[in-house]
Every structure is written in C-alpha cells, then in structure tokens.
Design a protein around this ligand. Sequence first.
Ligand SMILES: [Ca+2]
Ligand SMILES: [Ca+2]
Ligand SMILES: [Ca+2]
Length: 443
Amino acid sequence: MKKKLTLLQFLSNCLKKTELPNLAFSRLFVTMLISLFCTFSGSVLAQDTTVVDPYGNIPCLTGSYSPSTSTSTIIIDGNPYEWPGVLSNQSYEYKKKAFVNDPFNAIGVDDQWTNGSQDPDLISQWAVVPGNSNDKGDIGNAGAILLNDTLFFCGDRAAYNGDAQIGFWFFKDRVSINADGSFSGIHMNGDLLILSTFTNGGGVGNPNIYTWENGALLQAVSPAALLATNANQIYSPNGQTVNLGSAGVKTWTFYPKNVIAGCKDYLANLFFEGYVVLSSIGDYNVGCYASFLLETRNSQSVNASLQDIVVGSFAGQPDPPMVTNASKCYDNNDQNPLILTATCSNPGHLIKWYSSQSSTTVLTTSAADSISIVGTLLIVAKQGVGTYTYYASCTEDGCEGQRTAATATIWGLPVVSADATPAYADPSLVLYESAPPHYYLSS
Ligand SMILES: [Ca+2]
Ligand SMILES: [Ca+2]
Ligand SMILES: [Ca+2]
C-alpha cells in the first residue's frame, strides 16, 4: 500500500539505503536539501504562537494572560488565575492570609533542607543550607488564605518531570529561618501539616492531614479536604501583584524550567491548590496560625526526605495591641494612679493583661498588687519609685495574638551634687536651698 509522505519525511527517507544508492554525493545533496527545508520551516514556526517543550512535546502557548476579576473565593480546579485577586482583597474577612516568593530557576540564591530534616522532628532539629534543590522540587510561589472555616493554600514548582510531592505546614508560633540555617519557633498543639498524595500526573485528590499533638503528628481521621494540580496547561499569573495590606505588595513570578524562553505557562502538574475545613480536624483550630511553610518532598511518606522550602508569616492571629505608657515623679502627696492603655486593631477584640511575657495568668483587679482592670485600661496604684512592666494582648474568637509591653514608671526625686567655691572668702556667706536643684549664696 502506498503511503503519503510529507516533504520532510520524503527527504529523510532519501537518506536510507533503500531509497537512494549510498553514494557520498547523493547523501550530501539530500542533507543540504534537508538543511534548507529546516531553515525555511524554522523561520515560519518562529512566527507561530506555539512552541514545543523539549521534555514531552507539551505545547507552551504564548499569549496574554487573563486573570480572574473575582476577588471572592478560591476554586479548587488546578488553575491559579483567581489567587491574585482573592489574596489582594482588603476586606476584613480576607485578612488572614499569606503570600511568599521563593527564588527559583536561579543558581546560588535559594535554600533547601539539610541534615536529614523530617516533618516529625522538632523544629529545633530542622536545618536548611544555601543551595538549589532539583528542578522538580524548586518552589517559586506559595500562598494561603482562611475564609470562614476553610483554609485554602497553593504553591508551585519549576519543572514537572517525575512525581510531585508537596507539604504545607501552618504553625501557631512564629516560625522562621535564622541566618545560620537553624529555626526559630516551636511546635504547638494544633499545628497543621498537609501532604499531597499525588504520585503521577495531575488531577484532584485527597491530601493527608496531620496535626501536632503533644509532641507527635496525629493523622486526621476524616478531614474535609481536597487538593488539585493543574492537569492541563494553564497561563501563569506571571507579573501580577498580590496586595497583602500591611504586609506589603508582592509580585507573582513564574516561568517553567527547560522550556523555550518567554514561556510563562504552568505546564501540567506544576501548580497545586487545595483546602481543608478546619472544624473537620479539631474544634480548637480556628485558623490561629502565625506562620506557614511550603516544602517539596521525595515521597508522600511522613518521613520523606525534604527538598526546597519557603517560610512566611500568616496573618491568622490578631495584631499585637498599641499601648500607651505612663509616668510621674515620686511625691508622697500625689497618690494618683498611673493608667496604661491598650488598643487592638479591631475594637471587638478582647484585651488581656499579664505580669510577664510568658505568664499564663491573666491579670485581674487586685488590691494586693495595687492594680485594677477597667475596660481596656490597666490602672496602677503603686506608690514606690520604680518601673512596673505589664503585657497586653488581643484575642478574637479564642485566638490570641502576640503581647506588647507597657510600663508604669514612678521617677525618684533628682539628686544633685554640687561643689561650689565662693569667689572670695567671706565667712558670712551661707548656701541656701531654693527650689531644687537651685541654690543661692547669701550673707
Ligand atoms: Ca483555582
Ligand atoms: Ca527555598
Ligand atoms: Ca525555590
């Protein structure tokens, strides 16, 4: 049966012994024809809007990106297009969120896990070093937002070869990486770990959910949770801004690894998004998170070795209060108390006062301690000279934020030492006290 050949196929076949005698001249002639054809066709393809990815012939489309104009909610469909708008929503209900950039597709500026760090370890055992993880584990962007009782999260990676394993941590403490690669912060009960279960390809699946309970990871029995990767190519939000309010404005930047320059697409299995309904994993989890972490992993096992990491703050807790200090000079005749004030970012927040940064006892009115609590005020009736420091915090829906120190200071009377020598010896002169620290000589 005769087969129809394209020009390129015909010319290629010409090189085979069965099509032409294996003469050096013939092969040279046909090779030149092929070169001319390829040069010509290449110039035509360069004007096309479709380029071919060298890994798997996945087309990388070039064109304008049309982000979603919706700023209301996240849809778990593997498409990142609604994230910049939702994260930029400045309404109070959209306050608990985060977005972090991580270096990617660049050598010498990233960091990665080291020392065999694993998720079940204490945070004090974790460590990172400068360096780049492999391409399929190279994180570029990570974000999260709590809407009502549902915690949404997303992240990406630079290359899609191989399995895709990721993990999201949400911490109640302020967890961060120190300059020497160690970590600040500790685990607290209710810390949340979400692990992907994808071993191949994109799609939608159920993540494994764990909470930190008394020193160990406990897997949630029947969490209401979902995780999706983009099974198909998606235009990237590359260059879009994310406005986090007081946390600043950041840019969503993405371009996949090992594709032709200018490609900004999320090829299949490069973008992840998901959610977990917090009430389905414990009634104390009210989104009271202070920081979060996205990591790439070598497997879906809890004990998997870890690759890239990005850590950021999560605005899940009320802001620390603004406080006003108070002071006066010591005066036996002045028995007026000093009044400290604390103001939360939301007037509906509950203010708590403590005697120290770490005390777990909320102060109440106490004649023995010479303090009284009146509304948002702490009234200090102490009379001795000294500085009295107290700490205030704001609480919303059972979620308590960081504390701010406030001081009540009673200054001592000034002590003046003087050594005056009269201009001339006159035994009749006497030093008299005026209003301290002023003195005068008189006879
Ligand atoms: Ca989506
Ligand atoms: Ca990193
Ligand atoms: Ca990275």
